[in-house]
Design a protein around this ligand. Structure first.
Ligand code: G1P
Length: 303
């Protein structure tokens, strides 16, 4: 069985929900506490043993490539100012030379198309796919757990979690079959299901291990009515010819593609930090008390 060595990060999206911030700053570079969103996802991939990072970018995303490059002038300045800790940290998170690749998705044709754009860089081996909008919080990284499961099952794996019925329309949903190792067989997959066509309450939360066979399917797949090539549709086709498993992630997932998800992630990651927790609890407490009081008095005057 091939080791999962490469990870693909689709970072070409426009991020229109975060305008005007995303007019000049890619949404993947927005910060959760003090790190860009993309850094969290890359950290998760590296913790899972990923050796090569493949970014599928787009126009106006060059800053992501700069971010993962060495910043020699900054390093020199930090060294001259005796900022040893900051310097060490920057060097630590900098990928080794030759372990990052960048390619552009030249047309906004959806997630399936973005993944297909990475085919030459991935080659014939299995790869991880991490959607940077989705940040995870858990003792062990979601991808690390999936790689462990992959060691037992091989094949293709998609991570899932429960969602509320009203959220089902935003995601890809799966049908759950019999259990295998710490995962289960997938019976069906449907992207953004209509009411009445929801196979379960388990949604795809943005982490995948896929075999290179997906590229051939994506190559032949037509655009849907939104002019997008859906990855979920291609995975469903792949599941008819290759083993496909689900992994039930038990940690927390924050959908940073939405404003509330992004705010929640900021609060949750700040609360997880020893250097910030106490201060953040006090601040939130004050803000909440104030907001609840204002809301109550507004309700009184209205009602
Ligand atoms: C994509 C996938 C969907 C998945 C979601 C997770 O949708 O197509 O299956 O559930 O990411 O964020 P998008 O967010 O691109 O609409």
């Amino acid at each position: 069985m091939h080791k999962v060595r490469k990870a693909v990060f689709p970072v070409g999206g426009l991020g229109t929900r975060f305008l005007p911030a995303t007019k000049t700053v890619p949404k993947e570079m927005l910060t959760v506490v003090d790190k860009p969103v993309i850094q969290y996802v890359v950290d998760e991939a590296r913790a899972a043993g990923i050796e090569h990072l493949i970014f599928v970018t787009g126009r106006s995303k060059a800053v992501i490539e700069d971010y993962f490059d060495a910043q020699v002038e900054l390093y020199t300045t930090l060294a001259a100012r005796g900022k040893k800790e900051e310097l060490e940290h920057l060097k630590d998170i900098q990928p080794h030379p030759g372990t990052t690749s960048f390619t552009r998705q030249q047309q906004p044709l959806g997630l399936g198309h973005a993944v297909w754009c990475a085919r030459e860089l991935v080659g014939e081996e299995p790869f991880a796919l991490l959607l940077p909008d989705m940040l995870m919080q858990a003792k062990k990284g979601c991808l690390s757990e999936m790689v462990e499961l992959y060691g037992k099952t091989g094949g293709n794996i998609v991570s899932v979690q429960e969602c509320r019925p009203e959220e089902a329309r935003q995601y890809g949903l799966i049908g759950k079959g019999c259990s295998i190792a710490h995962g289960f067989r997938i019976t069906t997959m449907v992207e953004k299901p209509q009411k009445g066509k929801i196979p379960s309450n388990l949604y795809i939360n943005g982490r995948y291990i896929l075999q290179a066979g997906i590229f051939k399917i994506l190559e032949q797949q037509e655009c849907d009515s939104d002019n997008e090539i859906q990855l979920t549709d291609a995975m469903l086709k792949l599941s008819a010819i290759e083993p496909f498993y689900g992994f039930h992630f038990r940690g927390k997932t924050f959908d940073c593609g939405s404003k509330t998800g992004f705010i929640k992630a900021n609060v949750a990651f700040a609360l997880a930090r020893d250097d910030l927790r106490d201060q953040v609890i006090l601040t939130l407490n004050d803000l909440l008390k104030d907001a609840i009081r204002k809301r109550a008095s507004y309700m009184d005057t209205e009602g």
